[in-house]
Write a protein that binds this ligand. Structure first.
Ligand code: TYM
Length: 378
């Protein structure tokens, strides 16, 4: 039976069956063994692991072996700068920051300004470059360690990346990219090549150190196809296969699909003003009934409610409070207006504080940047 959802690095639609994705992509569930390794090494169980938000992985057992042997590991993640940052992007980055704090490790952060230029007819190179620097402010605002975090744009670090990317490209056939990404003969050749650029930073830390070091990539599951390709060729070009940690996708405020920059009314951006946030959450899809009277009698359905999802994924860390909200919603005691107001307050508080740090980030941006050429004037 065909799936009624689509998950690729460029399209996420429908009602995603995450367990099915594990089978389709050939990844592994984060099971009790991996969970207990996290607990052993961090002394706690992070909310995103406890709630199964980070739920799938590749080779995390090997990462823990390297932690235990003293070989260590590094992290790599990224952003395709096609617009401003939204709350969905922050999910994997918040967890990445947590891992950097707990394990004291280096992070390589790729800005694929080339990708967004090549895949999007409406964006110029100036646009994607501008957004890359805007998005970098959000990353820095999350509090990553400037000594251990290296941000780069593909077009500004191309000398270093190109030398790795051509090794990848030599091993990846057009047939593979067609099968994995759905490309065809009309796809521009930049897009066909691009997966070699996204693979390259997984091997970069080994190149920079002059010895192989394992790398883990925290991201949402939509990015996995790139790394399936990277893993297939890694050992053939002399590197470890990158490990992965996958999270689920924060849905849009319309209730289904992912939060996406191309749907601005149902996504919350880090640059949004409180009044915009209030309006967007006010119009959000909920599991409520058509009238208050009906809802008081029949109750609501938190399972399909986007407001509940936002609390679950990011904004309510307290399990007991979340459970209480669910029970009261189902019984009709708690109405949608109250939940919307509660979420609005949480989001506004978070975004206002983020925006202050985002402005301060401008002062220290340079400390984070890796470049081998300056590109155009900023
Ligand atoms: P991009 O810019 O689409 O997304 C950046 C990161 O955010 C994740 N993400 C989400 N997570 C949760 N809920 C959502 N609604 C949501 N939307 C996006 C993505 O999985 C990603 O982790 N080609 C990449 C950029 C990139 C990259 C990487 C990403 C380059 N190297 C390495 C991850 C790891 C892109 O366009 O991501």
């Amino acid at each position: 039976m065909p799936e009624n959802f689509v998950v690729t690095p460029w399209e996420v639609t429908g009602d995603i069956d995450y367990e099915r994705l594990i089978e389709m992509f050939g990844t592994q569930k984060i099971d009790s063994k991996i969970i207990s390794k996290f607990v052993e090494h961090t002394g706690e169980l992070h909310t995103m692991l406890r709630r199964g938000i980070f739920y799938s992985h590749r080779d995390m057992d090997k990462i823990f072996q390297d932690v235990e042997s003293g070989a260590g590991f590094v992290m790599y993640t990224g952003r395709g700068p096609s617009g401003h940052t939204h709350l969905g992007h922050l999910m994997p980055w918040l967890f990445t920051k947590y891992l950097q704090d707990k394990f004291g490790i280096e992070l390589y952060f790729q800005m694929t300004d080339d990708e967004k230029f090549m895949f999007n007819q409406n964006l110029t190179m100036e646009d994607t470059r501008k957004y890359a620097y805007e998005n970098a402010l959000d990353i820095i605002a999350l509090g990553f360690d400037p000594e251990k975090t290296h941000i780069f744009l593909d077009t500004e670090y191309s000398n270093q990346l190109y030398k790795i990317a051509i090794k990848v490209a030599k091993k990846v056939t057009f047939n593979t990219t067609k099968a994995v990404f759905g490309f065809n003969n009309s796809t521009n050749i930049g897009s066909i090549w691009f997966t070699s650029m996204q693979a390259a930073p997984a091997f970069l830390p080994s190149v920079l150190r002059g010895r192989n070091i394992r790398c883990v990539i925290p991201c949402a599951i939509d990015q996995d196809p790139h790394f399936r390709v990277a893993r297939d060729i890694a050992e053939g070009i002399g590197f470890y296969k990158p490990a992965l940690l996958h999270c689920k996708m924060l849905p849009s405020l319309a209730g289904s699909d992912k939060m996406s920059a191309s749907l601005p009314n149902t996504s919350i951006f880090t640059i949004d003003k409180p009044k915009d946030i209030k309006k967007k959450i006010g119009n959000a899809f909920t599991g409520g009934c058509v009238s208050v009277e009906e809802q008081k009698v029949k109750g609501g359905n938190p399972d399909i409610c986007s407001v509940y999802q936002y609390l679950y994924y990011i904004f309510e860390e307290n399990d007991a409070k979340l459970e209480d909200r669910k029970t009261k919603c189902r019984s009709g005691e708690l109405l949608c207006g109250y939940c919307k107001q509660y979420l609005t307050e949480k989001v506004v508080t978070f975004i206002e504080a983020h925006q202050v740090r985002r402005e301060q980030a401008r002062e220290i941006l340079e400390k984070f940047m890796l470049r081998d050429c300056q590109g155009e004037e900023k």
